[in-house]
Ligand binder design. Structure first.
Ligand code: 5GP
Length: 181
């Protein structure tokens, strides 16, 4: 195990099983519809790569990169779009794929932006959810794992842009925060 992490929270086998279940649910839900999957960079990249390959219907995908204003450790809910979608989403069925929903502020803001573009529907798929941290209600239509309030890394999730490439989901060691803060 990487020296920066304390323990495995979700194993590779459990991630694979869950991603396949989510892909099946999405394939059934959007059967016969023209689905556009919108991945939120960079955290959702690894999850989305596995998810789309397990989906059995035809899909297209696009990406957005956002950053929240304010300090990096506290979400303000105001989101700056760093990379916008390439496509016009008017009349399209959109599934937003996110790594983790924490306070919900980022997704709440993003949903408003996307809805203003008049898609046929917008739904959310998130691998991880920290319900105890929620500040605004966001509808997570496809949810992988609900986790406790611990800072996790791996499988696309970072701390200071590190650890994204680790294959499982881990709890970060406390001293890593302290050294880099
Ligand atoms: P929210 O606006 O819901 O508070 O923020 C969600 C974003 O915060 C996620 O997309 C992710 O980038 C970041 N985040 C929240 N909790 C964690 C965590 O435990 N680990 C990592 N690596 N990022 C997190």
């Amino acid at each position: 195990m990487h020296q920066g992490v304390e323990r495995v929270l979700i194993s590779r086998a459990d991630i694979d099983k869950k991603v396949n279940e989510m892909a099946l649910a999405i394939s059934e839900e959007y059967h016969g519809k023209n689905l556009l999957i919108v991945g939120i960079l960079k955290g959702a990249m690894i999850f989305m790569a596995d998810l789309v390959r397990a989906i059995s219907i035809d899909v297209q995908f696009d990406f957005m990169a956002v950053s929240s204003y304010g300090s990096s450790s506290k979400s303000t809910g105001v989101v700056r779009i760093i990379k916008d979608l390439d496509q016009n989403i008017q009349g399209r069925h959109i599934l937003v794929v996110e790594d983790i929903v924490d306070t919900g502020l980022t997704l709440n803001y993003l949903l408003d932006i996307l809805k203003a573009r008049e898609p046929a529907s917008v739904r959310i798929c998130a691998l991880l959810d920290k319900p105890s941290r929620r500040e605004v209600k966001v509808p997570v239509d496809f949810n992988g794992f609900s986790i406790p309030d611990e800072f996790v890394v791996g499988y696309g999730l970072d701390y200071n842009e590190m650890y994204r490439n680790l294959p499982e989901i881990y709890v970060l060691k406390q001293e890593v925060y302290k050294i880099t803060k």
